[in-house]
Each structure stands twice: as C-alpha cells, then as structure tokens.
Design a protein around this ligand. Structure first.
Ligand SMILES: Cc1cc2nc3c(=O)[nH]c(=O)nc-3n(C[C@H](O)[C@H](O)[C@H](O)COP(=O)(O)OP(=O)(O)OC[C@H]3O[C@@H](n4cnc5c(N)ncnc54)[C@H](O)[C@@H]3O)c2cc1C
Length: 526
C-alpha cells in the first residue's frame, strides 16, 4: 500500500459530524478501537450543535437550547461522559426552566414532575382525574414509543413479530395528540397548555405523534441543562476520543456519492468544499455510516441508477417544519427586565393548529407563537449578552432565492429578512416591554440558511416529521438494504440532541452485531 492509500484506509467512514455521527464514531473508536474517518461538509463540526460568534463577544447556538436527562446517574449524562471522557461540563438551567406564556396566563415549568402535576391541578381542579391519568399515560406512551425506536436492533423476523405485538399493546403511542387530548380532557386551555413544548418536535396536535410528544415531556420532567461553552463545546469534546484511536474529523469535505459494488457499500467519493476545482477523492472502508439524513442518503448520495424501492415512499412522505431563527446581541443583561435564563414559549392562542395554519398563509403578521431563549445567561463562559427568537415559517416564501448563493441574495431577500426580524422582536416586546431597547445586533437565519449549512432537505430542522405513520417506515431504520451501509442521526430515533445521540449508540451497537447495543450500554452505565 502506498503512503497515500494508507492515509485513506479507515475501519469506518461516517458521513456528517452531527451528534449522531460523532457519537457512533466515538463509541466505535473507544470501545472497539476502530480507526474512524468523519467527513463533514460544513467548515465547522457538530451539525446542529455548532455555534457561531459575531463582533468578538456575541455567541449563539444553532440547535442547542436545553437538554434533559443530564442529572447525575441519568442516561444522557452517562452517554455524554462516556463519549467525551468527561471533558464536557453541564450547567443546570434556572428553575423554572420553561415559561409557557399565553395572553391571559403564564405557567412556570419547574424541574420537578410532582410539582408540575400539582401546579396543573391547582390551575385546573375540574380536570384533576384526567391530569393524573395523563402523567401515567406519558410514562406508558414514552416506553412504547422508545420500544418502536429500538426494533431495528433485532433481526428481520423477530423485528416483524415484535412490531406486530407493539402495534397492539403500544397503540397509545401511535395516535395523534389531538386524538388523545380531545378524548381525555375537556378544557381547551389545558389541552393547549399541555402541548406548549410542541416547538420541540415541530408539529401541531392534529399531526403530532402522541408517543413523540410524551417522549419530549418525559425528557424534561426533571429539568434541563446546557453545555458549558454552549453547543459549540460539544464536538471538540468528543473529537479527541475519535483521534485517540487513530481516526479524524475532516471538515469542508462533502460526500457526493456512496460507492456501491455488487450491493455492498465500499467507500465514498468526496469533494473538497473550499476547492471545487480539485479532483474528488475516494476513501474506502468496510463500513459506511451516514448521519446526513435519510432523504440525503437515499435520494442524493446513493447512485441514482441503483434500484431502491424506498425512493418513492421517501418522495411521497410529508416534509418537516421550517423555522426562522433570530440571533440577537444585547447591550445589557436581560436580567434588567426580569429574565433569569429560562426559555419562554410565547403564544397568542391556545390553538396550536391555528398557529401552523397562519404560518403557511402569510409572512405579513407577527407570528402567533415564538420561542425565546438566552444563550449567554446559561453559559458561565459567555462574553456578551445574547438572545434567540425562533418561529415557524413556510419554506415556499423563500424558494425564489434558492438558486442564489449564501450572502449574495438580492435586495428583496434582505427586505423580507428585515420585515421578519421586526415582527419577531415585536412579538417578544408585546409580552416583555423593554426587550427591544436591549438590542444592539440582529441577524436572521431563514430556511435557506439552514438548507445551506446543514444540507437538510428544504432546510427542515427536525428530520423526518414525527407523524404516527413514521412508526411504520422501513427507510428510517439504522439498517439499509445495502450491505455495510447504515444510517445514524435523528431520522433513526426520536428527536433532539438526546435522540440523535442515542441513535449514535444504537448504530454503533448494530454495526457490532446482535448484542452490540447491550454491550455498549453496559460500558456506558458503569
Ligand atoms: C433551531 C434548532 C433548535 C434546536 N433546539 C434543540 C434543543 O434545545 N434541544 C435539543 O435536544 N435539540 C434541539 N434541536 C435538535 C437537535 O439540534 C438535532 O436534532 C440534532 O443536533 C441532530 O443531530 P444529527 O446528528 O441527527 O444531525 P445534524 O446535526 O443535522 O448533522 C448532520 C451533519 O451531516 C452533514 N452532512 C450532510 N450531508 C453531508 C455530506 N454529503 N457530506 C458531508 N457531510 C454532510 C451536515 O453538514 C451536518 O453537519 C434543535 C434544532 C434546531 C435546528
């Protein structure tokens, strides 16, 4: 083997350095001593966990606002400690960590499930019985939902058998939120309130899978944490674990094709993003893992002439939700007007389906819902005061600029961004007078920004949408019809940082055969 070829020989290749890809790579490196190459098309690693700075003092995260299950002895903390060798520290959010804001009412969510239940009963005494039952149902539906997510650990016929029985006794997870809440509750304010965190999965009651809703509720029952240094600290704390086994993470490397020979994945074709004039490079490995999303992997990375029955189902499946994200640099601490660092879910209505409807109709009015958070207040290392406002938006309002390059889009695009920026600030100002006066700097990311940096299909940010029908898809499985090609990341597991990370654990397990997952978990939890 020549020196050049030796440099390009790896035990595994991971496409994409999101938390799913990095978790798979780190576990395979640490536990199985594999030399892993992670290829990332962005100029910085981490996928949606990456962050960015402006003016030398303002820092924001793209996709990390709060993470649950990070307390001592909890699963998230154990896995993060394992893949980072304890390099990443976590800061507990203030209590309450979430505030659900409605025109007539604000509800504080504390890091204590008993208090959550008691506060609900205090506000809605007539619904006492239904509230108590809801907390029991959340537990049951979460268990069933996660059981669905683990089905692909099992081989074909066992998988099919388990799925059939899960469809029966796990039916509670398969309904929509609307079906559950309309059947179990009378008070429409309470129904809306209990679904205030729907922004975490991006679907309103008529569409959202109740199992995913319960998974999010369960995830945050004991509170929320934030990584010290922000989301951007996550990837650099995992990478040494990969490098210690001889592997590496290469940024600005876009995989343009997964190479398949006789139905077996054997390598990848890679384009250097900063140097499009250079010849693509070929990297080979006996195992290829894609964290680039199911849509990208099946529709863009596998050779288009390779026969795959999955393609039609992927094209026909509904697209996920789009967002705008406004990054604000502040002149003074938000403490000045009473904020402590908690998240604010600001609604003008309890009807979340209406919110989605108005998003699709127009960009002329202030959004009926937005999410407000304060990265600088959660991060002990922050240098400047920052805030973020996020709201749903329809992709079609941006398609006319799709072909124009990032930072080179025309004046009308800038005008639209300025308008949306003003509407978002207005929404927060209406609930928290004085907020606007704190602002020194504003920058808006649109679905085109997300599409550019993450390459996700149409800039969607939650992966494949969590409607109940997703539980029946074959192409969101970790295993693919192509030998030695596997998926990881949020398309193969419930959503969020925790979901994507656990997808990484699952993929590392599946790559190592029948009991791989259980071996990993035994190592992680000791
Ligand atoms: C605005 C926003 C807010 C969020 N807030 C939270 C939160 O508060 N808490 C929480 O738990 N979750 C949150 N999430 C969700 C969470 O960030 C994501 O679910 C998770 O990070 C996804 O990880 P992943 O590994 O699946 O994929 P990604 O992070 O999407 O990573 C995929 C990577 O693959 C790369 N890639 C794609 N194609 C190629 C290619 N051809 N070649 C090379 N590289 C490629 C991409 O550039 C990307 O880096 C948020 C997400 C967003 C967008």
């Amino acid at each position: 083997m020549t020196a050049n070829n030796k440099d390009k020989a790896f035990d595994l290749i991971v496409i994409g350095s999101g938390i799913g890809g990095l978790t798979t790579a780190a576990i395979l490196a640490k536990l199985y001593k594999k030399k892993v190459l992670v290829l990332e098309q962005h100029y910085t690693p981490g996928g949606f966990t990456h962050g960015f700075d402006r003016k030398g003092k303002f820092h924001w995260d793209v996709g990390v606002h709060y993470v649950g299950e990070m307390g001592k002895g909890e699963l998230g903390k154990a896995v993060f400690d394992y893949i980072t060798d304890g390099r990443l520290k976590w800061q507990k959010m203030p209590d309450p960590f979430d505030r659900f804001v409605y025109p007539d009412f604000t509800f504080n969510l504390y890091a204590d499930p008993k208090r959550y239940q008691a506060d609900l009963i205090y506000q809605f005494p007539d619904e006492r019985k239904a509230i108590k039952q809801y907390f029991r149902d959340v537990k049951k539906a979460t268990f069933c939902f996660l059981a669905y997510a683990m089905l692909d650990l099992f081989p074909g016929w066992v998988n099919r058998l388990l799925k059939r029985s899960l469809d029966q006794w796990g039916a509670i997870a398969r309904q929509t939120n609307q079906q559950y809440f309309d059947r179990c509750f009378q008070d429409s304010r309470l129904k809306g309130l209990l679904q205030s965190q729907w922004g975490d999965y991006g679907l309103p009651p008529s569409q959202a899978c109740f199992g995913e809703h319960c998974n999010v509720v369960s995830h945050f029952l004991k509170g929320a944490w934030y990584p010290v240094g922000g989301g951007a600290a996550i990837a650099p704390s995992i990478m040494p674990t990969i490098e210690q086994a001889g592997g590496k993470v290469m940024t600005r490397r876009r995989v343009t094709e997964i190479l398949v020979k006789k139905c077996v994945a054997v390598g990848v074709k890679v384009q250097h993003v900063g140097h499009p004039e250079t010849e693509p490079e070929i990297y080979s490995a006996p195992t290829i893992i894609s964290d680039a999303g199911a849509v990208n992997t099946y529709l863009k990375l596998l050779p288009s002439d390779y026969p795959l029955s999955e393609r039609e189902s992927i094209k026909a499946f509904p697209k996920g939700t789009n967002l705008v994200s406004l990054y604000l640099g502040l002149k003074e601490s938000p403490k000045k007007i009473g904020f402590q660092g908690e998240n604010h879910w600001i609604h003008t209505t309890y009807n979340h389906d209406d919110i989605l409807k108005t998003i699709t109709e127009s960009v002329e009015n202030p959004p009926q819902f937005c999410f407000l958070s304060f990265p600088s207040m959660k991060n002990p290392l922050s240098k400047g005061h920052t805030a973020e406002i996020i709201a749903g938006i329809d992709y079609r309002f941006f398609t006319q600029w799709k072909a124009q390059a990032w930072k080179h889009r025309d004046e009308d695009y800038t005008k639209l961004k300025t308008k949306i920026t003003a509407l978002l600030i207005h929404s927060v100002e209406s609930s928290y007078p004085g907020f606007q006066d704190l602002i020194e700097y504003a920058e808006l990311a649109t679905p085109l920004t997300f599409e550019h940096f993450s390459t996700s299909d149409q800039g969607v940010v939650y992966g494949i949408p969590w409607i109940p029908e997703r539980l029946d898809l074959s192409w969101t499985s970790t295993k693919t019809p192509i030998k030695n090609l596997y998926l990881t990341g949020v398309d193969t597991f419930p959503s969020g940082i925790m979901g994507a990370m656990m997808s990484g654990v699952k993929t590392a397990g599946i790559v190592n055969g029948g009991f791989g997952f259980f071996k990993i978990m035994a190592n992680v939890m000791t």
